[in-house]
Design a protein around this ligand. Structure first.
Ligand code: PBG
Length: 345
């Protein structure tokens, strides 16, 4: 006696033994890089709210996608920016829309890179909501109603929105998208999209559903980028309440039943328990979205000299992986791919 019988430090005593006993692996194969596409030609405009992110036009985004592919990252996720908005978000499914053109350009230049598209209306509607408003909601915009507590965000019409989402997803598939990713949180949208794709012969297009998407404060920087903040109200009548966990399992189960191939939890860091539960309970691949606010928290802290960005980034990405994510969508993907490469040397 008088000495510790179990010495945990033995397995930490050198870089090689630490490598040997590492339980969680992170590979470039796990990463998806989000890209923002706008109208125009030759555009590569830095985004103030998000370090190292840009607005690209369809031509320049293809060159960027080629760089992403050269780093070994298997997929990009495209977000569109509207040149004009209206009440139904019709630019979302325009054949010559920025996203639709970007898909074609990317597929021409780097056919092997998977193109995933975000399917939502919020960047395209005047209201900034993810769906169309019921006519009666115009009444609810009257401040007199608001003061009586009328929730106008509850007046997004579910089923007519689903039809427009299906139309949008189809336009992405027609342009050549490999995977469509509905991020709106309407009920039944995966089913609408699946049926619409099947009816039109796109039985190979996969659906990655934003299944457990929470009404989170961590989307702040993104909404600046996409100019998609709700003009009034919030998204709490369709996105999930961050305090709930069981409901996330029900959402995921429904999406799988409706035909989703991959399910997603979003954001990642405040919801690691949800990722963990989803992975244990379901067999289909689980994606986690490391969102804009999570990305900028680290960048801002590093900028202030408070932490080492790349070390913090890897810790965050490993924690998402350790929780159970198979796929991580992250603005850090390029930096992480470079970091993983240097680690191998
Ligand atoms: C569109 C959408 C959002 C994000 C992805 N798709 C914004 C929102 O729901 O308000 C957020 C992405 C991020 O913050 O990185 N519905």
């Amino acid at each position: 006696m008088g000495f510790p019988e179990i010495r945990m430090r033995r397995l930490r005593s050198s870089p090689s033994i630490r490598r040997l006993v590492r339980q969680t692996t992170l590979s470039v194969d796990d990463l998806v890089y989000p890209l923002f596409v706008c109208e125009g030609m030759g555009v590569k405009k830095p985004i103030k709210a998000m370090t190292d992110c840009f607005h690209f036009s369809p031509d320049t985004v293809a060159a960027e996608a080629a760089e992403v592919a050269s780093l070994g990252i298997p997929a990009v996720l495209l977000f569109g920016l509207a040149s004009k908005k209206d009440d139904v978000g019709s630019e979302a499914w325009a054949e010559r829309g920025a996203v639709q053109r970007a898909i074609k350009e990317i597929k021409k230049l780097v056919p092997e890179l998977l193109v995933i598209t975000d399917v939502c209306l919020c960047a395209y509607t005047e209201s900034g909501h993810c769906g169309v408003l019921r006519r009666s909601s115009l009444v609810a915009r009257d401040p007199a109603h608001e003061s009586r507590g009328t929730s106008h965000e509850a007046r997004i019409d579910n089923d007519s929105t689903c039809e427009l989402l299906a139309k949008t997803a189809l336009s992405h598939a027609q342009a050549g998208a490999d995977i469509v990713a509905p991020s709106d949180m309407m009920d039944g949208r995966v089913s609408y999209i699946r049926q619409c794709l099947e009816k039109n012969g796109f039985n190979e297009t996969a659906i990655m559903a934003y299944s457990a998407k929470y009404a989170s404060a961590f989307y702040g920087p993104f909404r600046d980028v996409a100019d998609s903040s709700p003009a009034f109200g919030d998204r709490k009548s369709y996105q999930m309440d961050p305090v709930n966990a069981n409901q996330a399992m029900a959402e995921i189960e429904l999406d799988i039943e409706e035909g989703a191939d991959i399910v997603m939890v979003k954001p990642a860091l405040c919801f690691l328990d949800i990722i963990h539960r989803a992975k244990r309970r379901f067999d289909c691949p689980v994606a986690a979205y490391n969102v804009s606010g999570e990305y900028m928290m680290l960048n801002a802290a590093a900028q202030a000299g408070l932490l080492d960005r790349d070390a913090a980034m890897m810790e965050v990405l490993y924690s998402i992986k350790r929780a159970g994510a198979d796929i991580i969508i992250t603005y850090f993907a390029k930096a992480a791919a470079r970091e993983l490469k240097t680690k191998l040397k």
